[in-house]
Write a protein that binds this ligand. Sequence first.
Ligand SMILES: Cc1cc2nc3c(=O)[nH]c(=O)nc-3n(C[C@H](O)[C@H](O)[C@H](O)COP(=O)(O)OP(=O)(O)OC[C@H]3O[C@@H](n4cnc5c(N)ncnc54)[C@H](O)[C@@H]3O)c2cc1C
Length: 347
Amino acid sequence: MRSETNFSLKAFNSFAVDAIAPTIYFPETIDHLKTLSRELDSGSYYLLGEGSNTLFYEAYTPCIVKPNFRGIEITETPDGFKVVVGSAENWHHLVISLIDKNILGLENLALIPGTVGAAPVQNIGAYGKELADYCQSVEWVSLTTGEKKVLSNEQCQFSYRHSVFKTPGFKQGVITRVSFFFPKAWHARTNYGDLKSLSPASSAKAILEKVIEVRNSKLPDPACLPNAGSFFKNPIVDVSVVKELRAIYSNLPTFEVDEKRVKLAAGWLIEHAGLKGFVRGNVGVHKNQALVLVNHNNGRGDEIISLAKHIQQTVVNKFGIKLEPEVRLIGAQGEQVIDDIELTQTC
Ligand SMILES: Cc1cc2nc3c(=O)[nH]c(=O)nc-3n(C[C@H](O)[C@H](O)[C@H](O)COP(=O)(O)OP(=O)(O)OC[C@H]3O[C@@H](n4cnc5c(N)ncnc54)[C@H](O)[C@@H]3O)c2cc1C
């Protein structure tokens, strides 16, 4: 198996922060993973896809395991297409190549950066669709025991930006392949945000083009302005909280989750806390998208953590709502929650 030591991860994360991996492994077979399960101590490594939902906030990281499972296999059935994809394949390339073959469904999820293997982890979603809508099963190998499992859609426990792969039992394992099923009976979904301007009879190609156009016009390209997309999750709160907030902020945007819970727009909260476009040192809040934190000038990961803590505090002070990061925060000892990260340098 290929591996490297003292490896700079600057080109391997979309915030473009520098951090050194003592060792990085590139497993590409189940046997490689079994070897790693014997060699690595539990919890002493981080699994990396393309690093577009990851922030390295210290000079060093733990060992990095970067799976390199490749391939796209398509099988036609009378009513649809089964597609099995290696976890290292790029998500957007998959979307484009399927739509080119007239296999429809993922058009709303175009241009989401990252790998196919990371997509089930937070159940990626955009414009009214999410991975869970088409994921049939996920092949996963434990890095503790070397055991392989195939989890059904139900066993993956998908919900908003969440799945079983974020829980302790499954965090220490590698997603090797993801299986999808796309029914031939396809329906356009255009009832979300900017897609509402499209006709409900639009083709998948028209939706794809619109999603690409809107995302390119709204979101900063990490290749030009390093970022990890939405830094915080949209908070889900009790309806009673919304009633209180609405009494003060009548234009507060809300999205119903169920009878008792409502999703708020984290970007709106940050913007109305006065932080849109806020710059501190080398890093800041994007001038058009308050939910996106950006690395303007070769900033460090701890500068971004410091900014995120400042945003959290400002939003709590103004609205009484605590924002939780969507981005995974990785220090030398592994993943941490933001409240446990103590910053040693003045940022
Ligand atoms: C500009 C921009 C826009 C974005 N827009 C969206 C959006 O609209 N919707 C959305 O949901 N997300 C969005 N994101 C976030 C990001 O694209 C997704 O979270 C994506 O799935 C991350 O893929 P990655 O390979 O880069 O993951 P990484 O950042 O490398 O890893 C993310 C998590 O997945 C785990 N992981 C990675 N590979 C594997 C594997 N093979 N097996 C097990 N665990 C693994 C990692 O350990 C980590 O916990 C955006 C990001 C950017 C930069």
